[in-house]
Design a binder for this molecule. Structure first.
Ligand SMILES: C[S@@+](CC[C@H](N)C(=O)[O-])C[C@H]1O[C@@H](n2cnc3c(N)ncnc32)[C@H](O)[C@@H]1O
Length: 225
């Protein structure tokens, strides 16, 4: 700190480097596995987000089809989608999260394709192999330097005419992540060309603490983009 209490340039540079290092570390499964093991899972709602339930009740995802849930965590949302008849592919590289998800699926007698792997392994899947994607806080979990690649991945996976239900949170957060904040402008830049904006709205069903920083965005994959 300088005499007037503001952070000096050196301090800012150190803080920036620490933030970049943490973002780089978050590319590895052991970073997330450690958070699960230490129960530092502030993102975990202990059940499906009410926004997804409301979206399903109002038909936003259309008829049940093949859906991918990247960074599914303990899998409450993925399980809800499977219960509603979707053929779910749920991906997470944390062993603890995947074990929990598999246990939940088995307890309910649900058939789900649960994969313990890096989401970027899905780049090997055939183009358009999914009818839909549900994205909730995987985008903000990955290193921001990988966002363009991640957007390209979702565009690769979902067939033309398919949907991306993107629950954007935490909007406008500026402190270092993860979670790394995002903006709607950034999403438009990343998805605007290949996807048509269908809905962009406040999500009244959001859990109270997240509501001011959460929006529901529904996109439809353009043909030929
Ligand atoms: C913030 S948590 C969100 C989990 C879940 N979507 C939820 O809302 O509870 C992010 C999850 O993404 C996983 N994750 C982060 N980067 C990943 C990657 N590159 N490949 C696979 N999983 C990843 C983490 O293990 C963690 O479970």
């Amino acid at each position: 700190m300088s005499d007037d209490g503001t952070r000096n340039a050196d301090g800012a540079a150190v803080a920036d480097e620490e933030a970049r290092e943490r973002a780089r570390a978050s590319r590895r499964p052991d970073f997330w596995e450690a958070l699960y093991l230490r129960a530092e899972t502030g993102w975990d709602l202990g059940g499906p987000t009410p926004v997804l339930r409301a979206a399903l009740d109002t038909g936003l995802l259309g008829e049940p089809g093949r859906i991918v849930v990247p960074g599914a965590g303990r899998g409450y949302d993925a399980v809800l989608l499977a219960e509603r008849g979707f053929a779910v592919t749920a991906v997470d590289f944390s062993a603890s999260a995947v074990a929990h998800l598999q246990g939940e699926a088995a307890a309910r007698g649900l058939e789900m394709d649960v994969r313990q792997q890096d989401v970027f392994a899905l780049e090997e899947e055939p183009a358009g192999c999914m009818d839909a994607c549900f994205e909730y806080t995987c985008f903000v979990a990955i290193d921001p330097a990988l966002r363009e690649r991640y957007a390209a991945l979702l565009t690769h996976l979902v067939r033309p005419g398919g949907r991306l239900l993107f629950l954007a949170f935490p909007l406008g957060k500026e402190s270092p992540g993860p979670p790394h904040g995002l903006t709607l402008e950034e999403l438009e830049g990343l998805f605007g060309e290949a996807w048509r904006w269908v809905i962009d709205t406040e999500a009244p069903a959001s859990v109270e603490a997240r509501r001011p920083m959460e929006r529901l965005v529904l996109l439809e994959r353009r043909a030929g983009a």
